[in-house]
Design a protein. Structure first.
Length: 207
């Protein structure tokens, strides 16, 4: 592995670690106490900082050229298209269930309230696509990053981001379980984390 790949990997790991730490239960509870009413700006700051710090890594990634590892060719193109379409659907239908103003941090600034979930009222939503997958956006992101042709830098990026998404999801699940307890445990039992395997198994059992 060349020094460029090490720099890329270390940069991504640091970004993922900091990004996860800033939204952890420990950090958010501490900042709520310290910031008081100003905490309503935190989500907006968090999103902006995450984007701004990721941009230089993205620019650096585009400057690296590595050996080709895998390409979606021939009949594999069908799988690639299926993955891309599914990812788009996950993002689209996820956006219909989530409160986008809450996600961006604008509602918190306007109303001075914040929730662990991305619904406007702060409740667990199990309707729509959330009745098939608990985390449609994370599932869509996984499909999206692995549906491209890959060279070495892309593989490094994909592996790190896959680990980040899985670990981040587990931390978010822990936070939601602590807040909603029995309601969320029941949700976990009935609905898959990423891809709707439990829903598909239910259909198979009915037939």
């Amino acid at each position: 592995m060349t020094i460029q790949y090490y720099i890329l990997a270390v940069s991504l790991i640091i970004w993922c670690a900091v990004h996860s730490a800033l939204i952890s239960i420990t950090a958010t509870h501490y900042l709520k106490k310290r910031l008081g009413g100003s905490y309503r700006f935190y989500r907006l700051f968090y999103n902006s900082a995450a984007l701004l710090t990721l941009l230089p890594i993205g620019v650096y990634l585009r400057s690296i050229r590595g050996s080709a590892v895998f390409a979606w060719e021939g009949y594999l193109k069908i799988i690639q298209i299926f993955m891309l379409v599914t990812a788009v659907l996950f993002f689209f239908f996820g956006a219909k269930r989530y409160d986008m103003l809450q996600f961006l941090g604008i509602r918190q600034v306007r109303e001075g309230t914040t929730h662990s979930v991305l619904t406007g009222g702060g409740e667990v939503d199990t309707g729509g696509i959330l009745g098939f997958t608990r985390h449609p956006w994370y599932a869509g992101a996984l499909l999206l990053i692995w549906s491209r042709d890959m060279d070495v830098p892309a593989v490094i990026t994909n592996v790190i981001f896959t680990g980040y998404l899985i670990i981040g999801t587990l931390l978010e699940e822990r936070k939601l379980t602590l807040e909603f307890w029995g309601q969320y445990l029941e949700y976990q039992r009935n609905v898959s984390m990423f891809f709707p395997f439990k829903w598909l198994i239910g259909i198979v059992k009915r037939y």
